[in-house]
Design a protein around this ligand. Structure first.
Ligand code: SAH
Length: 269
């Protein structure tokens, strides 16, 4: 008999978004799949509570390696195919939604190219959930009817930057920046230079729904100081726009507000 005849049917890969970190924000489907997976391939973003609660016999951390480097994407892709061809049921678990700055699309394409069956299980993205748990609606009838979700990872001064901050300043509305803690000064400057109002409200929400969630608020002009004062580190979401100021209207009654708060403005924002 040839190898092909004895090889097991390939297992299914489930591309699962974990939500922002609170295990109760896993979808019912994600929870069920995690409970019965043979292998869970995860990075760090799902957060400590979800990762510590994993019951799968085999978990593989592909988020960080020895020197703190991420496992290169091609290696993750190959590992998924290899495990599937051994007949395993695999959950590929990523923070938020796998298809929002999660490279889930690339993994899906690779699996399709290699004839491995897969299913996409959407998650609650931090792009909307992190502002929400901090009391910030990304849309609000009185303030904005559009939301742009962009990466803050790139250098806005480089011509090859894929994010057009000038255009975003024109569009207005709510801008949600992922991966944008380090380059906060660069893109707030870029928006100001493009004509955005200096008093535009901004909020940073770090580790949303984790036990050590932190929030900093300010304006396009003051948020960098607020970031440093609170000590905001990745992972954090930046919300830019009038909606960021509406947090003040609900803060007193926000039961899930665990954050230490500092603003670098004179009054409440
Ligand atoms: N797929 C993810 C995003 C991955 S990019 C999603 O849909 O949420 C990584 C970025 O996501 C981080 O730099 C941060 O901007 C954001 N992020 C993810 N989880 C977060 C959380 N719990 N709190 C705040 N930001 C988070």
């Amino acid at each position: 008999m040839s190898d092909a005849a004895t090889a097991p049917e390939p297992g299914t890969v489930y591309l699962v978004g974990s939500g922002p970190g609170d295990p109760e924000l896993l979808t019912v489907k994600a929870k069920r799949l995690l409970e019965r997976a043979d292998v869970v391939l995860h990075d760090r973003l799902p957060g400590p509570e979800i990762l510590e609660g994993l019951s799968a016999e085999r978990c593989e951390d592909v988020g960080k390696r020895g020197g703190g480097e991420r496992t290169p994407q091609p290696e993750i892709n190959e590992r998924l195919v290899e495990l599937a061809r051994e007949g395993n049921s695999i959950v590929r678990l990523k923070g938020g939604d796998s298809f929002v700055f999660g490279r889930g699309g690339e993994e899906a394409e690779y699996l399709a190219d290699h004839g491995v069956p897969f299913e996409i299980v959407p998650g609650v993205t931090s792009a909307t959930a992190a502002p929400a748990v901090a009391g910030i609606p990304v849309t609000h009838r009185e303030h904005t009817s559009s939301i742009s979700i962009v990466t803050g990872h790139e250098d806005p001064t480089k011509p090859e930057s894929a994010v057009d901050w000038e255009a975003l300043a024109d569009v207005g509305g709510t801008i949600v920046v992922l991966m944008g803690v380090k380059r906060l000064p660069d893109y707030t400057d870029a928006l100001l230079e493009a004509g955005a109002a200096p008093e535009t409200p901004v909020a940073l929400v770090e580790r949303a729904t984790w036990s050590n969630q932190q929030v900093a608020t300010g304006t396009l002009e003051t948020i960098v100081d607020a970031r440093d004062e609170v000590g905001i580190n990745p992972p954090a979401v930046t919300v830019i726009g009038e909606v960021a100021a509406t947090r003040a209207n609900v803060l007193e009654f926000l039961a899930n507000e665990t954050a230490s708060e500092a603003t670098a403005t004179d009054g409440e924002v």
